[in-house]
Ligand binder design. Structure first.
Ligand SMILES: [Zn+2]
Length: 112
């Protein structure tokens, strides 16, 4: 049988983009859903939120919406995050936006 050329994708396990966005935010600390990625398999360029996302405990698998190959795998352990990005030509992660004026609290302003 040559069926293994067809990706084994179980769409029942698919997450919606909002659920994925929340998890990615937890992991990276920045909004990731609009981050551009490029599929290493077919060259499809897409925002992260448009990838097909699946939970395969203990991680998340993001597949290309065009060719359904795996683009990213993210696994969280108790003390680390494993990111397998071999299916992505590139992945842009925005730096967290700093507050424009972060004023350090000064103890002496409390009076006393
Ligand atoms: Zn692709």
């Amino acid at each position: 049988m040559m069926d293994d050329l067809i990706p084994d994708v179980n769409r029942d396990l698919m997450l919606d983009a909002n659920a994925v966005g929340g998890m990615l935010y937890d992991i990276f600390g920045v909004e990731m859903t609009a981050s551009p990625t490029e599929c290493a398999h077919c060259g499809n360029e897409a925002e992260l939120a448009t990838l097909l996302a699946f939970t395969q405990a203990p991680g998340i698998v993001l597949r290309c919406s065009a060719c359904e190959q795996v683009v990213l795998r993210i696994v969280q352990t108790t003390d680390s995050i494993l990111l397998d990005a071999r299916g992505a030509v590139c992945l842009r992660i925005s730096k967290p936006k700093l507050l424009p004026k972060e004023i350090p609290l000064e103890n002496d302003s409390l009076g006393g």
